[in-house]
Write a protein that binds this ligand. Sequence first.
Ligand code: FES
Length: 68
Amino acid sequence: MSTEQALKTKITILPNGPLIVEGDFDIISPDGSTEMAQGKGKVALCRCGATQSKPFCDGSHSKIGFKD
Ligand code: FES
């Protein structure tokens, strides 16, 4: 794997579900800190708005029947 490939970030849109973010990334909170997800290699970000742990998916999209 080249250095360029190792640094690449991949975002996958799951059907009727979250965005899966994999790779090297930081999620910056409104106060400017990166403590939310710094150093993690894979997270699921909510795109239905129903999660109780924003910005992360907690599976609520299934309960509300979210359709994209
Ligand atoms: S996409 Fe999973 S809780 Fe919103």
